[in-house]
Structure formats: structure tokens, C-alpha cells
Design a protein around this ligand. Structure first.
Ligand SMILES: Cc1cc2nc3c(=O)[nH]c(=O)nc-3n(C[C@H](O)[C@H](O)[C@H](O)COP(=O)(O)OP(=O)(O)OC[C@H]3O[C@@H](n4cnc5c(N)ncnc54)[C@H](O)[C@@H]3O)c2cc1C
Length: 192
């Protein structure tokens, strides 16, 4: 439950960004006259916290479904006819579910860009893969300086990776106001 946002999108990204921001703040506490020594990152603990926050929110949504008496079937839907779905459940059994109207809210999947070599290269991951690295990579190349690319670039740079962003458009965050790009550039020049 919770789709991309809760499981592999907004929420896990924000958990990583929060940890990365806290790390940066801790490193610069001396600006406030507070002496803090940072002994490194327990990456396993960062990942576990990400899972815990996600699971908590997912169970919240599951609870809301129950509280509102909405039936949830865990399985994959396909159309059996114009008035019924066939759902293949997790245990392999099938259920026919009749309907009057259907809302398709199946989300999207990451598009694989037509970059030669991308499919064959095991080092290439999408955002879901990048949220679950088993360690902070030494170097990270982010292709695409949109919102998701910049969030991941910021988090991993703060965690200590040497990050490079490649963007084809004239500015980072190409779909957003130029003022935001300027702010982002300015912040990236600050020590992290
Ligand atoms: C890394 C990342 C960070 C993001 N950060 C933000 C953010 O900060 N703010 C923001 O607003 N948005 C953010 N987004 C975008 C946001 O997650 C999506 O816009 C949102 O999840 C789309 O919701 P949805 O309900 O349309 O689809 P989804 O959340 O993808 O939900 C669709 C669901 O349908 C299920 N499904 C698909 N096919 C079937 C089938 N045949 N049978 C049964 N179930 C099926 C899928 O398993 C999935 O659970 C982010 C996305 C990513 C990847």
C-alpha cells in the first residue's frame, strides 16, 4: 500500500535527505560554538530507519483502509471482461472482481532512456536502486538534473560521495523556475 511515494519515492528520499542534512549540520556545529565530533555514518542504520519510517506510513494507510471498510486485495489485476477484473493474488489463486466503473491508478514505471550501453551496465540504477545502495558509493554520476536527480545528488554528496550531475537542458531543475536553479547552484557552492 502507498504506491511509489511511500515505498520508493517521496518518503524514503526525504528520510535520506533528512539524515544527510543532519550530518552536514553536525559537521558545522562549530559555527554555533558547539563542539561535535562526527565519527562517520552507520549506513545500515540509515537504511533501517528509512525502512522503519516507510513501514510505519504504509501501515497507517493500511489502517485507514480498514477504518473506512475498504477491501484491499493483494495481487495483480488484469481485465477479464468489460465488467470484471481478474486478480492474481500473492498466493497464486485468482479472484474475479466485478465492477460498474474502474479508476486506473497504476502509476508509472521508470523510462529507460535511449542511452547506448545503459541496459547492459550493472552500475546503472534507477531511483529505486539508488535509495537502497548497500554502501555510499565513492563516486556517483547522476544523469538528469531534475527534482529526483538533484535530491539524490544532494543526499549522496552530503553522505560523502563525489557526485557529478549531467543535465542536457540549459539549467538544472529544467521544469522549475530559474530562481530555484539559482538558489540550488548557490547552495551547492557552500561547503557540505
Ligand atoms: C524517488 C522519487 C521521489 C519522489 N518524490 C516526490 C516528492 O517529494 N513529492 C511528490 O509530490 N512526488 C514525488 N514523487 C512522485 C510520486 O511518488 C508519484 O507522483 C506518485 O507516487 C504517483 O502516484 P500514483 O498513485 O499515480 O502511482 P503509484 O504511486 O505508482 O501507485 C500505483 C500503484 O499501482 C500498483 N499497480 C500497478 N499496476 C497494477 C496492477 N496491474 N494490479 C495491481 N496493482 C497495480 C503499483 O504497484 C503501485 O503500488 C517521487 C517519485 C520518485 C520515484
Amino acid at each position: 500500500m502507498g504506491g511509489t511515494c511511500l515505498n520508493v519515492g517521496c518518503i524514503p528520499t526525504k528520510v535520506l535527505l533528512h539524515a544527510a542534512e543532519a550530518l552536514t549540520e553536525a559537521k558545522h556545529m562549530d559555527n554555533l560554538g558547539i563542539q561535535v565530533s562526527v565519527n562517520g555514518i552507520d549506513w545500515k542504520a540509515v537504511q533501517s530507519r528509512k525502512e522503519a519510517v516507510t513501514n510505519q506510513l504504509v501501515s497507517g494507510v493500511t489502517g485507514l483502509m480498514k477504518a473506512n471498510k475498504i477491501r484491499v486485495i493483494e495481487g495483480t489485476a488484469s481485465f477479464a471482461s468489460k465488467t470484471a477484473l481478474e486478480v492474481v493474488k500473492k498466493d497464486g489463486t485468482k479472484e474475479n472482481v466485478p465492477f460498474d466503473k474502474v479508476i486506473l491508478a497504476t502509476g508509472s514505471v521508470p523510462a529507460v532512456p535511449p542511452i547506448p550501453g545503459v541496459k547492459e551496465n550493472a552500475a546503472c540504477v534507477d531511483s529505486t536502486g539508488a535509495l537502497a545502495f548497500d554502501h555510499v558509493p565513492e563516486t556517483l554520476l547522476v544523469i538528469g538534473g531534475g527534482v529526483i536527480g538533484m535530491e539524490l545528488a544532494t543526499a549522496y554528496s552530503r553522505f560523502g560521495a563525489k557526485v557529478t550531475v549531467v543535465e542536457a537542458m540549459p539549467k538544472l531543475l529544467p521544469m522549475m523556475d530559474g530562481e530555484l536553479t539559482a538558489m540550488l547552484r548557490k547552495r551547492w557552492k557552500l561547503p557540505v
